[in-house]
Design a protein around this ligand. Structure first.
Ligand SMILES: [Cu+2]
Length: 282
C-alpha cells in the first residue's frame, strides 16, 4: 500500500515536470503538496475491516430452551410450554470505545430469528471497521421506517406479516405455545407483538402505535481483520413475563394483537430479556 502510494506520487511529480510552461516553481510546489495531501487522506480513510458473527440463543430459567415441553412456570404461576420463538431485530449499531456508532448496513441492518429455521440463528456480518467496541444497540422489532407491508416476499419473513387493518408491516415477535389456564384447561399461548391500535369512543381504530423499542447492552469486543469475532445474543424467555410487569397468561395469553395494554407491558419487560456475550475469537 505504502509503496503503491510512493510510486503514484513519484509518477505524478514526473508528469508535472513535463509541463514546460509551468515555470512557476511555487505553483508546482503547491500542486505537488495538494496531490500528496489527497493521496494520503484517501489512504488513511481506508480503515481495515473485519467480520462478526452473531449467534441467537434462547433460555428459560437460564437453561437452553426445550421446545414443546410443558415444563415451565412463569412468575404469575402459569404452567406453559414454548413451541416457537420468532422475532426481528433491526437498526443494529455497534458503539466503539470512543462512543462513535457504526451502523450495520448489510441486510439493511435487519435480521429475522426463528427457531424453526436453523439458518436464522446466526447472522454473519462483514465489513465492520477494525476497532474496539464497548456496546451494541438495536431495535427490537421494526421501526416506522423499516416496517411496511410486503417488504419481504419470501418465507419465513413473509409469513410474519401483520394485518393491514391492524397497522400493517410485520410482527415484531411471536412466542407460541400452550399454557394451563385458570380452569386447568390446556389453552393456546400466542404472545404476538407489533403495531398497536388506539380506539375512539365508538370502538373504531383512531391511531396506530409503533411498539418497537431500543435495546442497548454494554459488551466489550474487538473486530480485527485477522480473526473472527462472535457474539451471543441470548433471550431469556421468563423475563418477558416477570418484571417490571407481572404478565399473567390468563389475562394476556392470546389475542393480544389488538390489545395495546398487553403490548405496553411486553414493551417494558422486553428491554431486559437480552444478554450479549463475547462468545469466542478464532
Ligand atoms: Cu399475530
Amino acid at each position: 500500500m505504502r509503496s503503491e502510494r510512493t510510486t503514484s506520487v513519484a509518477v505524478f511529480f514526473v508528469y508535472l515536470s513535463t509541463f514546460n510552461d509551468l515555470n512557476n516553481m511555487n505553483l508546482k510546489k503547491y500542486l505537488f503538496l495538494l496531490v500528496i495531501t489527497l493521496l494520503l487522506s484517501a489512504s488513511c480513510n481506508r480503515e481495515k475491516q473485519g467480520s462478526i458473527s452473531i449467534v441467537f440463543t434462547h433460555t428459560v430459567d437460564d437453561k437452553p430452551i426445550e421446545y414443546g415441553k410443558l415444563i415451565y412456570t412463569n412468575l404469575a404461576g402459569n404452567q406453559y410450554q414454548v413451541d416457537d420463538v420468532k422475532y426481528f431485530i433491526s437498526k443494529l449499531i455497534l458503539i466503539d470505545a470512543e462512543g462513535k456508532s457504526v451502523a450495520v448496513t448489510q441486510d439493511d441492518g435487519i435480521h429475522y430469528v426463528d427457531n424453526g429455521y436453523e439458518n436464522t440463528l446466526r447472522w454473519n456480518i462483514d465489513k465492520i471497521p477494525q476497532r474496539n467496541y464497548t456496546a451494541v444497540s438495536f431495535v427490537f422489532g421494526l421501526d416506522e421506517e423499516d416496517n411496511y407491508s410486503r417488504r419481504f416476499v419470501n418465507p419465513p419473513e413473509s409469513n410474519f406479516s401483520w394485518p393491514d387493518f391492524l397497522g400493517g408491516g410485520y410482527h415484531y415477535m411471536q412466542i407460541n405455545g400452550w399454557f394451563i389456564d385458570k380452569d386447568e384447561k390446556k389453552t393456546n399461548m400466542n404472545i404476538h407483538t407489533g403495531i398497536g391500535q388506539i380506539k375512539d369512543e365508538n370502538g373504531q381504530i383512531s391511531q396506530f402505535v409503533h411498539n418497537y423499542f431500543i435495546v442497548t447492552i454494554p459488551v466489550t469486543f474487538s473486530i480485527d481483520e485477522s480473526y473472527a469475532t462472535s457474539l451471543t445474543f441470548n433471550m431469556e424467555i421468563q423475563r418477558w413475563f416477570d418484571a417490571p410487569n407481572l404478565y399473567d397468561f390468563n389475562e394476556y395469553g392470546t389475542k393480544i394483537m389488538q390489545n395495546q395494554h398487553a403490548q405496553e407491558l411486553l414493551k417494558e419487560n422486553g428491554k431486559n430479556v437480552f444478554e450479549i456475550k463475547l462468545e469466542l475469537i478464532l
